[in-house]
Design a protein around this ligand. Structure first.
Ligand code: MRU
Length: 354
């Protein structure tokens, strides 16, 4: 079992500190939106769906902390809180989806209760906001199970599968997206072997994904990112499955840096390349991949591993944390509603209207 990622109790959010994994299981506590946002920015928690769920809880914490006295005060606090949370990281649209959904809930409550709140009314409003955050988390959990089922059905028997970054339980409130597909297929006896790419520079694959696969008893090996082509060619890899942070309306997909390269390898080796995501990952406001903001993270994450510098002092460094895989390299997108294939603007639109 993977330890709980978020534990929300009125007034506090305990966050599994993923920076310490796999060495230590420890939690940090957030008591408001600013602390929640800081823990998203500093990567104590990461992974698109989990970022969204944490933001929803952070929003609920903040309303409880501020105790707005009227509908107007609630609307003001809600707008400010949503903006603060959205600034935590730029690429995962789950963060924006969650912040907007909580904001809309709060604005509806504010419109329905325009006057000064009586203590019992405030209590009811805060409980409703807490429940909305809980709903978002349980929707994510259910979506993971459905994606696992749809994704596992796509895989052949004795599948040798590769994944990148961490799109597992640690990135969600459930069994994960891409890793959920692998563990579900494993339970059905379909997985011969799984490979986790280490995912330089932040090592989500080495620290998190392989740890999850080992805990779930999936026969698996860790490889460095530059081994991927060789392993695909020589180890009989017959599918690649990854998660995503944002999918544009035409199916172009932003995911952890290195994903694009794997999609090109999959095309060259004629193996399917799957992306597993909950539907809120599709951002219809982004027409294509060029509209997706790619986060540039600290260069220290490239030059240092566990606080040890591995590059010359004064070196110039780039650190784009995500890349965009063009839709035409993606065999199918797996969501909680089913499978999008082929991946085109029209098929994405049709799927979202299901
Ligand atoms: O920088 P991270 O660790 O938040 O990046 C995570 C990823 O790129 C995941 O593949 C993506 O969020 C999907 S998680 C189900």
């Amino acid at each position: 079992m993977i330890p709980p990622r978020l534990i929300f109790k009125k007034g506090t959010l305990k966050i599994l500190d993923q920076r310490l994994l796999p060495d230590r299981i420890a939690y940090v506590t957030a008591r408001g939106a600013a602390q929640t946002a800081a823990n998203i920015t500093n990567m104590a928690l990461r992974g698109a769906p989990l970022i969204g769920c944490a933001a929803a809880y952070g929003f609920a914490l903040e309303m409880r902390r501020l105790k707005p006295v009227s509908g107007e005060a609630l609307a003001r606090a809600a707008r400010k809180t949503a903006a603060l949370l959205k600034a935590a990281r730029p690429t995962a649209v789950a963060l924006f989806y969650a912040a907007d959904r909580m904001l809309n809930k709060a604005l509806a409550l504010s419109a329905a209760n325009p006057d000064k709140f009586a203590p019992a009314a405030l209590d009811k409003i805060l409980n409703t906001i807490d429940r909305e955050a809980g709903l978002l988390a349980s929707e994510d959990e259910a979506a993971c199970l459905a994606m696992g089922k749809y994704g596992a059905a796509l895989l052949p028997k004795s599948c040798v599968i590769m994944t990148h970054c961490n799109a597992g339980a640690l990135a969600t409130m459930g069994i994960g997206t891409a890793v959920g597909v692998i563990t579900t297929a494993h339970k059905l006896g379909k997985v011969k072997h799984a490979y986790s790419c280490e995912t330089r520079p932040y090592l989500q694959g080495a620290r998190l994904t392989i740890w999850e696969l080992m805990r779930e008893g999936v026969p698996s090996e860790l490889i460095t990112d530059n081994m991927a082509a060789h392993i695909i060619k020589t180890a009989g890899v017959n599918a690649i499955v990854v998660g995503a942070d944002r999918i544009a309306a035409n199916g172009d997909t932003a995911n952890k840096i290195g994903t694009y390269g794997l999609a090109i390898l999959a095309r060259y080796h004629k193996i399917p390349f799957y992306v597993a995501v909950p539907t809120p990952t599709v951002d219809l406001a982004a027409r294509g991949g060029e509209d997706i903001v790619i986060e540039e993270r600290s260069t220290r994450e490239v030059t240092h591993i566990k606080n040890v510098c591995i590059a010359p002092k004064g070196v110039k460094v780039r650190h784009p944390a995500f890349d965009v895989t063009p839709a035409n390299l993606i065999t199918a997108i797996i969501t909680e509603r089913g499978v999008i294939a082929p991946v085109t603007r029209a098929s994405v639109k049709k799927h979202l209207s299901l």
